[in-house]
Design a binder for this molecule. Structure first.
Ligand code: A2P
Length: 334
């Protein structure tokens, strides 16, 4: 089997570190890892496959000889450097929002639309937003059977989705406040411990950017601009693992029994079939560190006949980011 030179831009960040872990766990065929970050991290070492690798400063020249460039260092970095990596001959898989809605960049979830990755005029494949990935993995089998018409989705998103510093703030703030101290928020706009927040930048029409990403990315990935999506995104004081309450209505009525038969064994999905009981549902503490999208609480809506409600949980750093990117690379190269 061939082996590849893989660069990770943002290797010291929350998603970047997860990328290294997953490359190692899945034994991605690599002859060299090139860990890249800002000048602040140059010279630091990271553990990879039992050895210490030295972080290099990301520069325009970083991509000579690189086959696959995984980016997770923010949209600004991706806008600047992803085209340079592609020009140098690498296939870029970019986890930021920079290229997702570019018509010349496929937006790919392997279980849903892997074929889109074959056409990449800019040499850049975009990895969707974490909350969108778990939603479309759960809905794809249902969409194929009955065509999704309208989704109402409310998210319960972990702090790790905002990066390493955000997790640290949750932990330190919780400790400080338990000791009677002040919240002292700096990464989040206000207190996240013991609270819920909408901390994303403003988008349009009083929706956050995160909410609009869910609308636009879901339509692009499912290839249907007519799907209605009503999103509310919320940050909760969870370290890792996003949860979503999803209402979905189809072109025709769907029963919970049919939905369960479609979801059972669907790619990337673990169906949790247990009937409702306190605590008997997918939870971020269990999903964290694992690969699947867990779908539970599949039940008929009480107001709209033929519509369903679902509860969807996944590790946002893995399936929501690093794992999805590496699964794309595996399908292209392995
Ligand atoms: P660094 O650790 O040197 O700041 P997170 O999402 O957890 O906040 O991580 C962001 C990642 O993106 C880190 O690896 C960070 O590196 C990297 N990064 C941020 N800004 C830049 C930049 N201008 N050039 C290269 N890497 C960057």
């Amino acid at each position: 089997m061939s082996s590849y030179v893989v660069a990770v831009a943002g290797a010291t960040g929350a998603v970047g570190r997860e990328m290294l872990r997953i490359l190692e766990q899945r034994r991605f065929p690599m002859k060299k890892l090139v860990p890249l970050a800002s000048a602040r991290s140059a010279g630091k070492t990271l553990e990879f496959a039992g050895a210490q690798v030295t972080v290099e400063e990301l520069r325009p020249s970083s991509f000579a000889g690189v086959d696959i460039a995984l980016f997770s260092a923010g949209a600004g970095v991706s806008r600047q450097y992803a085209p340079l990596a592609a020009q140098a001959g690498a296939v870029v898989i970019d986890n930021s929002s920079a290229w997702r809605m570019d018509p010349d960049c496929p937006l790919v979830v392997p279980e849903v639309n892997m074929q889109a990755a074959n056409s990449r005029p800019k040499g850049i494949i975009a990895n969707p937003n974490c909350s969108t990935i778990q939603l479309v993995v759960a809905l794809k089998p249902l969409h194929d059977a009955a065509r999704v018409r309208h989704i109402v989705v409310s998210t319960y998103q972990a702090t790790s989705g905002k990066g390493h510093a955000a997790v640290q703030e949750l932990l330190e703030q919780t400790r400080r406040m338990l000791d009677g101290g002040p919240a002292n928020a700096s990464v989040f706009p206000c207190q996240i411990a013991f609270n819920t927040l909408s901390d994303w930048k403003a988008g349009e029409d009083d929706y956050s950017e995160e909410e609009l990403k869910m609308v636009n990315e879901t339509r692009k990935i499912l290839g249907d601009q007519t799907i209605g999506i009503s999103p509310t995104t919320v940050r909760v004081p969870v370290v890792n693992g996003h949860s979503e309450a999803v209402f979905v209505r189809f072109d025709r009525p769907m029963t919970p029994a049919e939905a369960k038969s479609l979801l059972r064994g669907a790619p990337g999905v673990v169906l949790v079939e247990e009937p409702y009981g306190p605590g008997k549902h997918p939870q971020p503490v269990n999903a964290s560190g694992t690969d699947p999208v867990y779908v539970g609480r599949v039940r008929a809506d009480l107001a709209i006949a033929g519509a369903l409600n679902l509860w969807v949980v996944a590790d946002n750093l893995r399936k929501g980011a690093a794992l999805n990117a590496i699964q794309i690379a595996e399908r292209l190269f392995c």
